[in-house]
Write a protein that binds this ligand. Structure first.
Ligand code: FES
Length: 153
């Protein structure tokens, strides 16, 4: 019995009384390890009497769950309507080109993970972005270039 399996069983036990415990369990597992480790899937499946495929299906369906640890910085770009109407698509394209990665991917040096997000509550100041806890409005090409440069430094 591994430490990881023991800890996952504890997490499952903590949520066992909930109706529909799978999502809260997966969130708790991700909060602990920063992603949902592959080895946690069979432990959760067994504890909830589900198949591994069912648990894995939920992990891969919801983009909030990571199968691998995120990079050192997570850059989120708003893909919701108001930001798209203010040039969000061009900003996203530029970010992907500069980082050389797509959505949900991490640069090979492990510095930056790029994630889409659907509204950061800053719609009037779009396009919006977020790095860590910091929300950034009125993103433009120049600001993005500077931001990415800083994240990769
Ligand atoms: Fe982008 Fe609301 S639509 S912050």
């Amino acid at each position: 019995m591994t430490d990881l399996a023991d800890r996952v069983r504890d997490i499952v036990a903590d949520h066992a009384a909930l109706e529909g415990p799978l999502l809260p369990i997966l969130h708790a597992v991700q909060a602990e390890w920063g992603h949902v480790p592959e080895a946690a899937v069979p432990v959760i499946a067994e504890a909830l009497n589900l198949s591994r495929a069912e648990v894995y299906g939920v992990v891969t369906f919801y983009h909030d769950f990571r199968e691998r640890p995120a990079g050192q910085h997570v850059l989120k770009l708003c893909r919701a309507e108001a930001c798209q109407a203010q040039g969000g698509a061009g900003i996203a394209k530029l970010a992907q080109a500069r980082l050389g990665i797509g959505w949900h991917e991490t640069t090979p040096d492990g510095r930056v993970t790029l994630e889409p997000v659907y509204c950061l509550g800053l719609c009037a100041c779009g396009p919006s972005a977020m790095v860590g806890d910091q929300v950034i409005g009125r993103m433009d090409r120049e600001k993005l270039e500077t931001l990415i440069e800083g994240l990769r430094a």
